[in-house]
Design a protein around this ligand. Structure first.
Ligand SMILES: Cc1cc2nc3c(=O)[nH]c(=O)nc-3n(C[C@H](O)[C@H](O)[C@H](O)COP(=O)(O)O)c2cc1C
Length: 145
């Protein structure tokens, strides 16, 4: 089974989480780890599952660097490709983790199959957050068996 973890990180939190998740998943699957800016939305269906991770920017927005990917997803039929979404953002903002919500809606709209509840992390991940991340990974793996 082949899983793509694609992430966007400005100050490093999401990068750290994505790397942790990818290492965790590698115990059970083939995992590609890449950045959203390098990810071709049309290539996602090559994978059994895709995990998208992003921070939130502006006033609860999908970051500019992720816009192309986000918009391209609208034109892709994910053909029930399994997916999950997560991200570190900040509760100091009114629209906490809104980009996670936008990606979740977009992937659902594109006919993907959400296999784990989306996970929002407040700023730096603590041990409990990393457990939530691993649990998300467990759900993805379980959905592929
Ligand atoms: C200018 C600016 C705007 C932000 N806007 C939001 C926001 O609307 N909602 C939110 O939840 N977090 C917001 N954040 C917080 C980031 O999403 C958060 O710091 C995140 O952990 C950064 O992840 P990274 O370290 O992977 O880049 C904003 C941060 C900055 C610098």
């Amino acid at each position: 089974m082949k899983i793509l973890v694609t992430y966007l990180s400005m100050s490093g939190r999401n990068e750290k989480i994505a790397k942790h998740l990818a290492e965790y998943l590698k115990k059970s699957a083939d995992v590609d780890l890449e950045q959203i800016v390098d990810t071709d939305a049309y290539g996602i269906t090559d994978y059994d599952a895709v995990i998208v991770e992003t921070y939130t920017y502006g006033d609860g927005q999908v970051p500019d660097e992720a816009q192309d990917f986000y918009e391209d997803l609208a034109d892709v039929d994910l053909e029930r490709t399994k997916f999950a979404v997560l991200g570190s953002s900040s509760k100091t903002h009114i629209h906490f983790g809104r980009a996670v919500d936008y990606f979740t809606m977009q992937l659902n709209s594109s006919n993907g199959e959400q296999v784990a509840d989306s996970v929002k992390i407040d700023q730096d991940p603590d041990e409990d957050d990393m457990k939530r991340v691993e649990r998300l990974g467990d759900y993805v793996i379980k959905s592929l068996k």
